[in-house]
Design a protein around this ligand. Sequence first.
Ligand code: GLN
Length: 238
Amino acid sequence: MQLRIAHLYARFLNIYGDRGNIIALTQRAKWRNIDVEVSAIGLDQAADPEHFDLYFIGGGQDKQQQIIAQDLVKRSQDLKKAAEQGAVFLTICGGYQLLGHYYKPHEGEELKGISLIDAYTVAGNRRMIGNVLIRREDDSTLVGFENHSGQTFLGSGVKPLGQVIVGNGNNGEDKGEGAQVGHIYGTYLHGSLLPKNPVFTDTLIRQALTRRYGAIELAPLDDALETTAHKRALTLPA
Ligand code: GLN
């Protein structure tokens, strides 16, 4: 088997260490003898919607978002086609914001998003920075770190990725964090997210491979280190 990852705008949306998610996905697949192909997709670079199993977009400052936003909209039809065929999307903060209808930064024009998630984001008057702990519907927890001024509001039919236990989440008001629409995931959790959340990482790998290989099971790994890191993060203050 081969896991094919498209890392969109790796050069621009990269200041919060989110490429650690690519490392975690790659390593956990390789530990199961799954071949991994990671393609850095830059501005004006095509990404065949039939080819990739997982799309990753990291976070960035408003300036970098302004640089890539138009390019993202130009490829929105291909991305929607990939999503309809079951590709996984993992998008973090600035990347997440542009999966919604728009992001209105403090300065400059409103940035049109690609509406893969029924949500919108507006820059708030404070930066939300600190540790975050969320609880998902299956009672599992995700830990990470947030650093954003954008406040994201989900459409009525969109589930958050989880409920905020510690931190701000989408907007510091409605206790929701992130969003999940099928295999499309958005979140404010940097850290990077996946190394300390191994179960969620494996869920993404399984879902991404299902598209071309059907339902698969992943051999268990020794997650002692990851679990220790997760448990330590559970005790951190906001
Ligand atoms: N620039 C956006 C904001 O401040 C996203 C930040 C990020 O990606 N961490 O909300």
